[in-house]
Write a protein of this length. Structure first.
Ligand code: ATP
Length: 303
């Protein structure tokens, strides 16, 4: 049996360009992996079957209902693709312990796909390098290569083209998790609707964000956080504005939505400040759950 721990991702900036002919938007993003982890185990089976079970800690029935326990699960799709690319005929029983919020803009499904690639590569002895796994990962989804890579990295193309970023420091985050997830597809559709009459420029990673990361300056990073999907996500979920306000009232260094939302994320000065923000969010009842995390951390790794 092999076990892999895989982090969630956040986008420190998310620049979204005009819709491409293939239906994707060009993105210019900086990812950071944070220590909110799913765990994926792959066990040997006697035949070529690929099966999946998903376990949630605590009372998360609504989220559990949204995660498929069949061939549509991204972890199974990842294992299948690895089999196709390597020619192995082995099977596996895959078990996911889910902590990353579902449909929360933190790439939980993509994380499980990344973890399944690493876990099955080890279980089957297929021996692909991490770089080779990242190439297969890009076929599964825009965020999957980064979740193997981890740390902090720039994402170009539709997010799958990973390049290094000079960064120092460790950052303290607070996440406000909404009661109801938001589909990434619906947020992009709303983005297209809202920008139909406007010019959408080719996206770029802001220079001030890269300078803040180079310097390890949390206050400057907080100022530089940006997300082009904010307007679309708030148009679908206007109540998220109140959640962001709670963090700002606590002097969060920055407050934005994570990816396509609805998770809101707040940058804190240190652990004590993160605790203050978490407490304010919990007591103001603007979200269903609150989590604290730090980043950057490594990508999908065998444990
Ligand atoms: P992103 O940030 O990549 O846009 P997200 O974090 O908003 O994604 P996910 O939690 O990855 O959203 O899930 C999106 C949908 O993918 C789920 O509603 C579910 O139907 C499907 N899905 C397939 N496999 C998984 C998985 N292993 N975990 C979670 N969702 C999965």
């Amino acid at each position: 049996m092999t076990t892999v721990r895989v982090p969630a991702k956040i986008n420190l900036c998310l620049g979204v360009g005009p819709l491409r002919e293939d239906g994707f938007h060009p993105l210019a993003t900086v990812y950071q992996a944070v220590d909110v982890y799913d765990e994926v185990k792959a066990s040997a089976v006697v035949d070529d079957s690929l099966t999946i079970t998903v376990h949630f800690d605590g009372d998360r029935a609504r989220e559990a209902a949204a995660v498929p326990e069949d061939d549509d699960n991204l972890a199974i799709r990842a294992a299948r693709l690895l089999r196709e690319r390597t020619g192995t005929t082995e099977g596996a029983a895959i078990a996911i312990r889910k902590v990353i919020p579902v449909a929360g803009g933190m790439a939980g499904g993509s994380a499980d796909a990344a973890a399944a690639l690493v876990a099955c590569n080890e279980l089957w002895g297929t021996g692909l390098t991490r770089v080779e796994l990242e190439v297969i990962a890009a076929e599964l989804g825009s965020d999957v290569p980064f979740l193997i890579h981890g740390g902090i990295a720039m994402g170009g193309g539709r997010g799958e083209l990973i390049s290094p970023v000079l960064a120092r420091g460790s950052y303290h985050w607070v996440f406000a998790i909404a009661a109801q997830g938001l589909s990434t597809k619906s947020v992009y559709a709303e983005f297209d609707r809202l920008t139909a009459e406007r010019e959408v420029r080719e996206p770029e990673v802001p220079g001030d964000l890269l300078a803040a990361l180079r310097a390890g300056d949390a206050a400057a990073l907080g100022e530089a956080l940006s997300n082009d999907l904010t307007e679309a996500a708030l148009s679908l979920r206007p109540e998220l504005a109140a959640t962001l306000d709670v963090g700002l009232e606590c002097d969060a260094l920055g407050a934005i939505l994570s990816g396509s939302g609805p998770t809101s994320m707040f940058l804190a000065r240190d652990d004590a400040h993160a605790l203050d923000i978490a407490f304010a969010l919990t007591s103001s009842r603007v979200c269903a759950d609150v989590a604290q995390a730090t980043g950057p951390v490594q990508g999908a790794r065998l444990i």
